[in-house]
Design a protein. Structure first.
Length: 320
């Protein structure tokens, strides 16, 4: 091994971007016990330093972890780099409206990471996450398993929370996914949804709910509009996505082989290629391991292809 070769520290994480999402994610990761070292990086070094100081003051109440502000040299040996940097979504603005601003930001960030011979996993969280994961994959040249997006992990959590409330059961017993774009063309995969192995519609009947079409449409719409509702009320969303980041990092660091709907490159599944979107995937120490083929109806497959076409058209326009 040459003296300049980077040796990965499996208990180190870097967070690039110290806005609401980056800071909330760092706070969640501090409490997780997954890491013994965390570096925060931001274009505004003082902001990163202030967040590092503030979060560090909670360390005596959890497991030991060193938290500090740094620069790109400090992330070279991290196991995971979480990228939250980017322009924030404003009231009335869609995630896809952010594409031009944030692709340009990624053009400055990703080459800096590549220069450091980083060997770990890139976890993209900034929006629009599918397009930025695709951008990071192309700019980095890394293997597809090493560049993943937070995808619809949060949307899926929102779906499970809504279904648990609707059915008055523990939402951890609800098994359902949002797939496709993390955004307006996302799809609730009702065909494969179940509660502890019981098909969703059957369980709804057991609980006295019979208007399946109306109820599922209403729940899917509420899930899709969750971010807009929160942004309208408080200006930004960050706690839910912070917990999603923690969950994905757990699956990687502990090599859990958990099934999560992360953003990854599609390679012919459902007839979709050369676009990044979310499908249930096995996540472990290698990052993305493989997709899990869940049951989808013909209408859901059509909607998934339409979601992919939407992402492709926006990406093509952005790259012109």
């Amino acid at each position: 091994m040459s003296k300049n070769e980077v040796v990965m520290n499996p208990r180190k994480v870097a967070v690039v971007g110290c806005g609401f999402v980056g800071s909330a994610s760092a706070f969640a990761l501090m409490q997780s016990g997954l890491f013994s070292e965390m570096v925060l990086i931001d274009a505004n070094f003082e902001k990163a330093e202030g967040e590092a100081f503030d979060i560090s003051h909670g360390v005596p109440f959890t497991r030991p972890i060193k938290i500090y502000a740094g620069d790109y040299d400090d992330l070279a040996d991290a196991a995971i780099v979480v990228i939250t940097a980017g322009a924030a979504q404003k009231p009335g603005e869609t995630r896809l409206d952010l594409v031009h601003k944030n692709i340009n930001i990624f053009k400055s960030i990703i080459p800096e990471i590549v220069k450091r011979d980083f060997q770990g996993i890139l976890l993209i969280v900034a929006n629009p996450v599918d397009i930025l994961t695709y951008t990071a994959l192309k700019l980095s040249g890394y293997a597809p398993n090493r560049v993943i997006g937070s995808g619809t992990v949060l949307d899926t959590a929102r779906l499970k929370e809504r279904l648990g409330e609707h059915l008055e059961v523990d939402n951890r017993s609800v098994h359902a996914f949002i797939v496709g774009e993390h955004g307006d063309s996302e799809i609730a995969a009702w065909s494969s949804a179940n509660v502890s192995g019981i098909p969703l519609h059957d369980f709804c009947e057991m609980r006295g709910h019979h208007d399946h079409e109306g109820a599922t449409a209403e729940i899917a719409e509420k899930v899709k509009n969750s971010a807009y509702e929160i942004i309208q009320r408080k200006g930004a969303t960050y706690y839910g996505i912070a917990m999603s980041v923690k969950r994905i990092c757990e699956a990687i660091i502990r090599d859990e082989r958990s099934i999560l709907p992360i953003s990854t490159m599609m390679d012919g599944e459902s007839g979709i290629k050369d676009v990044v979107l979310s499908m249930p995937s096995i996540v472990g120490a290698e990052g993305f391991i493989s997709k899990v083929p869940i049951s989808l109806s013909e209408d859901e497959i059509k909607a998934l292809n339409k979601s992919a076409e939407t992402l492709k058209s926006v990406l093509e326009e952005a790259l012109e």
